[in-house]
Write a new protein. Structure first.
Ligand code: ADP
Ligand code: MG
Length: 257
């Protein structure tokens, strides 16, 4: 089984700015639940955006593979990038759902891979797609909200909707960039539990960036710690303590902001 994600010798700068990603090497296997932690500005978002192809790594020897196929090499996106796009679900801190559309329509968008420009399109989807979408909403505990406009949902509910959309898309990999950063503690916990469920029960590989260490320890099997754009720790959750992580960043508590 090839690695789901492989990042080899990846460097990234924006223009003539400072180095944002400094020789990143990672291999992530199918089924892992990985926390990508780091203080603000350490490069978490840039790494996630580079893995999913929203950014390209710098020219040179850097290479990224998804599901065993090279998607970027020498600073260029390869055709595999487009082909594999539907297998990668991306979840951001905010703006995950189209607020004017119903939750169900948002989740069905996972089937299309793009946001539709017209309304009232629910009936255009085959019944089988609607059943798939409703099942995904059940998986995240949101089936009763299917007909509600996304704008009426709380932040945590929207994030769970985004997870349902990734499931409907049949994503094998979810990249979640600080999905709980703007949520209250109870909603944050629920979103992390939902990611855990789809990882353990649906076999979706999850990479989730966080700046709160406690969530990483509670929900993830592996921790990758970024510091100043470089990997400062990459290993099992058992292999390091919260205190050691805090020391690594020179902070007192469990929040790396
Ligand atoms: P994190 O997600 O860990 O907070 P980021 O990846 O967002 O870190 O940012 C890492 C560094 O890269 C920061 O110094 C940030 O200012 C810089 N950066 C990120 N995106 C851009 C961009 N599009 N243009 C210029 N600099 C950027
Ligand atoms: Mg970020």
């Amino acid at each position: 089984m090839p690695n789901i994600v492989e990042v080899k010798s990846v460097n990234k700068r924006f223009g003539r700015g400072p180095v944002v990603l400094n020789d990143i090497n990672l291999a992530i296997e199918e089924g892992e639940m990985v926390a990508l932690i780091g203080a603000s500005g350490s490069g978490k978002s840039t790494l996630i955006r580079t893995i999913c192809g929203l950014e390209t790594a710098d020219t040179g020897v850097g290479r990224i593979s998804l599901f065993g196929q090279v998607t970027q090499s020498g600073g260029k996106r390869l055709p595999a990038q487009r082909q594999l796009r539907s297998q990668v679900g991306v979840i951001f801190q905010q703006f995950n759902l189209v607020t004017r559309l119903s939750l169900l329509t948002n989740v069905l968008v996972g089937r299309l891979g793009r946001i539709p420009k017209w309304r009232g399109l629910l009936g255009l989807f085959p019944r089988s797609d609607r059943i798939t979408a409703l099942k995904a909403l059940e998986r995240v505990g949101m089936a009763d909200k299917a007909r509600q406009r996304a704008s009426t949902l709380s932040g945590g509910q929207q994030q769970r909707g985004a997870i349902a959309r990734a499931l409907t898309q049949e994503a094998r990999l979810i990249l979640a960039d600080e999905p709980i950063a703007s949520l209250d503690p109870a909603s944050a916990e629920r979103v992390m539990e939902t990611l855990g469920t789809i990882n353990k029960e649906d076999g979706v590989t999850v990479i989730v960036s966080l700046h709160q260490i406690d969530h990483a320890f509670k929900h993830c099997d592996r921790i990758i710690a970024l510091k100043d754009g470089a990997v400062a720790y990459d290993g099992t959750t058992e292999g390091i303590s919260p205190e050691n992580i805090a020391n690594l960043y020179g902070v007192e508590g469990l929040d790396l902001v």
